[in-house]
Design a protein around this ligand. Structure first.
Ligand code: NAD
Length: 289
C-alpha cells in the first residue's frame, strides 16, 4: 500500500478560515481577542515561533503582542507580571514562551495563568477538563494530531491507538483525546523504550502517534498495514535536514495515511493556538454574563 500523505496545511487553512469568521462575530459584540506572548530572555528558536504567531494572529484579525522581559527576571516578578495580564480585560489570551531561564519554574508560572486565558491548555484546570472528557482549551499540537486523524474520516471507537511519548504538551493530552472517543489507548515512553517494547506496541497500532524527539526511532517496517501514522517529532540532523521520529518513506509502504515532516502534524499548531484564543475570549464573555 502506498500511503496517502496527511498534510497539515489544509487543516491549518480550514481552521484559520473559521477563526477569522469567529473574530468578526466577536468584534461585532464588542470583544476583541488579543493574545500576549511572554518571552523571558532572548531565544532564537522561540523567535521563529513568535514571528509565526504574529503572522497568523494578524491574518485572522487577532491582536498580538510580544512582551520581552529581561533574562535576569525573578520568578516572583514573572508571577506578578502574569497576574497583571490575568486582571487586564483587554488581554484574552496568554502564552509563556519556552524555554525559561533556570531561576524560573515553568510549571509554577504556567499554572498561574488564568485558566480561561490559558490558550496553550497547560493549567491543571484545562488538563482536568480534557481528562473529564469536556475539553475546552487543549494543548495545540496534541489537538492538531487528533484533528489530522479525524480528517481521514476514521471512526476512533475501539481502535488500537498507540501514542509514543507522554509529555504534558503532546503525548498525554493526545492520548486523552482518543480515550474520550473510546479508542483503546496505549501510551509508551522512555521506560517502554528501555525495555525494548516500543516495537511490539507500534506493530499493533491502527492509529500511531509518535511524539518523542528521536530521529527515526520508529522503524518503517514496524508500522501495521493500513495504519494511520502521525509523526509529531521535529529533529534537526547534522546535514541541516529536518526529520521526524518515524522512518517515513519505509512506513509509507504499509500505512494508509502518514504525515510528512516537515509539513505534517505540527503545521496546524499555530492556527489551533488562534482557535484557542477565540475560545478563550468566548469563555471570558460567558463568565462576565
Ligand atoms: P518531551 O521531551 O517533553 O517528551 C518526550 C517523550 O518521549 C517523553 O514521554 C519520553 O519519555 C519519551 N521518550 C524519550 N526517549 C524515548 C525512547 N527512546 N523511546 C520511547 N519514548 C521515548 O517532548 P515533546 O515536547 O512532547 O516533543 C516531542 C517531539 O515533538 C519533539 O521532536 C518536538 O520537537 C516535537 N514537537 C513538535 C511541535 C510542533 O510541531 N508544533 C510541538 C511540540 C513538540
Amino acid at each position: 500500500m502506498a500511503a496517502q500523505l496527511l498534510l497539515g496545511k489544509p487543516l491549518a487553512e480550514k481552521i484559520k478560515g473559521e477563526v477569522s469568521q469567529e473574530v468578526v462575530s466577536l468584534k461585532a459584540t464588542g470583544v476583541s481577542p488579543s493574545l500576549v506572548a511572554i518571552q523571558v530572555g532572548q531565544n532564537d528558536a522561540s523567535r521563529v515561533y513568535t514571528n509565526a504567531q504574529r503572522k497568523v494572529a494578524e491574518a485572522v484579525g487577532i491582536k498580538y503582542e510580544l512582551q520581552e522581559l529581561p533574562a535576569d527576571l525573578t520568578q516572583d516578578q514573572l508571577l506578578k507580571h502574569i497576574a497583571g495580564l490575568n486582571n487586564d480585560p483587554k488581554v484574552t489570551g496568554i502564552i509563556l514562551q519556552m524555554p525559561l531561564p533556570a531561576q524560573i519554574d515553568a510549571k509554577v508560572c504556567q499554572w498561574s495563568i488564568a485558566y480561561e486565558k490559558d490558550v496553550e491548555g497547560m493549567t491543571p484546570h484545562n488538563m482536568g477538563l480534557v481528562t473529564y472528557g469536556k475539553p475546552r482549551l487543549v494543548p495545540c499540537t496534541a489537538k492538531g494530531a487528533f484533528e489530522l486523524v479525524k480528517s481521514t474520516g476514521v471512526d476512533v471507537y475501539g481502535k488500537e491507538i498507540v501514542v509514543i511519548g507522554h509529555s504534558d504538551i503532546v503525548g498525554k493530552p493526545a492520548a486523552l483525546l482518543f480515550l474520550n472517543e473510546f479508542g483503546t489507548v496505549t501510551v509508551g515512553h522512555i521506560a517502554t523504550g528501555q525495555r525494548g517494547l516500543t516495537e511490539s506496541h507500534v506493530r499493533r497500532a491502527e492509529i500511531l502517534i509518535v511524539a518523542v524527539g528521536v530521529p527515526h526511532l520508529v522503524k518503517g517496517d514496524w508500522v501495521k498495514e493500513g495504519a494511520i501514522v502521525i509523526d509529531v517529532g521535529i529533529n534537526a540532523t547534522k546535514d541541516g535536514k529536518i526529520v521526524g521520529d518515524v522512518e517515513t518513506e519505509i512506513a509509507a509502504e504499509k500505512a494508509a495515511y502518514i504525515t510528512p515532516v516537515p509539513g505534517g502534524a505540527g503545521t496546524a499548531t499555530t492556527a489551533i493556538l488562534m482557535q484557542n484564543t477565540v475560545e478563550a475570549a468566548k469563555w471570558q464573555l460567558e463568565k462576565r454574563a
